[in-house]
Design a protein around this ligand. Sequence first.
Ligand code: PEP
Length: 257
Amino acid sequence: CGMRVPLIAANWKMNKTIPEAVVLAQDICNNLDRFDTSDFELVVFAPALDIKPVKTVFEFEKMPIELGAQNFYYEQSGAFTGEISPAMIQSAGCSWALVGHSERRELFGETNDIVHRKVLAALEHQLNVMLCVGESAYVRDSHEELSFVEQQLKAAFAQVDASCACHCAVAYEPLWAIGTGVSAPPESAERMGAHIRSVLLDIFGMKDGEQPRILYGGSVTPGSVANLMNMPHIDGVLVGKASLEARSFVPLVQAAV
Ligand code: PEP
């Protein structure tokens, strides 16, 4: 398993029609310096319909930006009207799958069990998994956040072979920070990052410095990213709102690396 190369991920959520997505992808390419994936990695979690056109832009521009799906179903194929399989997103050009985002858990009823099935299905199809975990303000105020996140991790990675550790990343996204405009203080991201690292060590038994990478997400901006990334246990960021325009996303990437 490799060392922890910084990882910056964009979550476009349910934004951008295909033409808008192509414009944004082109804008990112026009404004971002060429980079090497051994220095840092960049992943865009685009809406399913945008994946292929955006991938085409990045390939044409020779930008090593990876694509990820925001959602998929855990079955292989069959009578699941409206769903998309791991093989389908992979064939559209994805190398990553986002699993367990709080909006999926909260708005679409995704339980720890569903999240677990999705993690297994994605890994089975050679997709890298970005697992989102994080507590609500209520859980935080009850001082239960460490055990809450630990349960999410243990449920999601149950039966996952240690050899898959390098294909997994964990994004800590406290619900009280997502979409609020105020990111978590770097020290509290770090405290949870250290806890997540120790739980992952328990689950996967990886060596010091090895993957999985741990990201922070929740109102990350070009102004807040550097202090978060400087924390020893924070290897990257997952970015929502600030990833929707090149004029905020490109400065954010530049400030992060
Ligand atoms: C997210 O929901 O993954 C996220 C990080 O959103 P925002 O940056 O807008 O808080």
